[in-house]
Design a protein around this ligand. Sequence first.
Ligand code: ADP
Length: 456
Amino acid sequence: MLIRLLSFALFQGVGALLAAIFMRVFAPLHSGAVVSSLVGALGATYFWLLWDLSRGLRVMRWLRSDQTREVAVQSGLWGEFSNRIRRLLRNNERAVQQRDERLQEFLAAMQASPNGVVLLDKDFRIEWFNESAALHFGLDARRDMEQHFANLVRDPSFAAYVAAKDFENDVLMPGRANTVSLPVRLSVHVHPYGEGRSLLLSRDVTAVEQAEAMRRDFVANVSHEIRTPLTVLGGFVETLQTLSLNESERARYLDLMAQQASRMQSLVSDLLTLSRLEGSPLPSAHEWVDVSLLVDQCRQEAGELSRVLWGQTHSLSFEIQSGLSLAGSAAELHSAFFNLIGNAVRYTPAGKSIRVVASATPEGGALFAVHDQGMGIAQEHIGRLTERFYRVDRSRSRDTGGTGLGLAIVKHVVQRHGAELSISSTPGEGSRFQIMFPAHRVQFQAAHAPAHALAA
Ligand code: ADP
């Protein structure tokens, strides 16, 4: 401001001085020196105003242009004015850039969300959506922006949800990729916000729904499995209470009751085994279980089962590589091995042969296999055998004390030991159940030891 006042005074002073000199040189006889100085000062004032205006115009032109990096005027009031404006613009630019970066980070976070996010304006038109939403609803960023969401997603339950405008809860609907063989279920929830805008969130709940359906089926199956022997037991109790029976009839009824009780016991025991397998930490990779000892125990139990079920034994042969150890839980491995051997005994008529093999593989792993000459299993059942309560021959399973959970237990144990179960079978000829253990769970104490054969 001081410079401005000084320049103004300087212009006037120089103007007055120049007018006075002019009068002195060109009209020395005239005596109006004061008047001419005043006129000179006035002229200089106009000149100063013009000069100031031209600087102001330069600043104005500079402001109108996009190039605001270099100021148009360096000095004086206009210079300072330009500098301050430039600083303000720069701060503003920086703030906008920071806000832009934060917005991009925010959008990237929403993009990374496994849930679908759609931003809708007050007319329910799409403003933005993330990848998951694109996948859930089959949206295309180039085609569908600003489209009415309800025109693109035409599921009747969703249409009714939007029409009711009651967004308290979510709505369940099929996803875009939904097919009969591969169902996709979405939970969609609209959250109104701001002035009439909406945030639409979608979540893939296929796995949750399937787990819930499995849980329902499981409870229904368990109830059914328990109700059947309970009903039979109840019937026998009633018979014993109401009829006067002789000693042998009484003994026969009590025998049948004991069978039903033992069936329930087996079921509860298998259920507990399954729940232990699901809830306990993975088996140790450092505790070594001697396969010969384990299979030896199974061999005795299999012989016993064979005698109890069939009155005579099968031709049971065991080819176990000595010195073979597996890392894991002895109880779990025993349960898996005996379930497979027990099934072979239960589903193979007496007199036929059952062969159990445990040996190292050339890759450093180990296999445990049970071959039988039983009734075999049709191909369409094989993929489902490890499902809980799945039975091919329901009556044979029940008659031999089966719970329908044996192979489900085997599958769990196999998975927990990082192994693989494979099943092959030919109806009428027999079946082969095989577990392959990975190399890190296998150890030999005596390398190249030959397999030793045992016959029951
Ligand atoms: P279960 O207690 O009924 O035997 P599992 O889960 O052990 O239940 O087996 C499921 C079904 O698989 C059995 O009901 C049976 O129909 C079939 N199965 C299992 N092992 C054999 C086998 N070795 N030979 C023929 N069928 C078998």
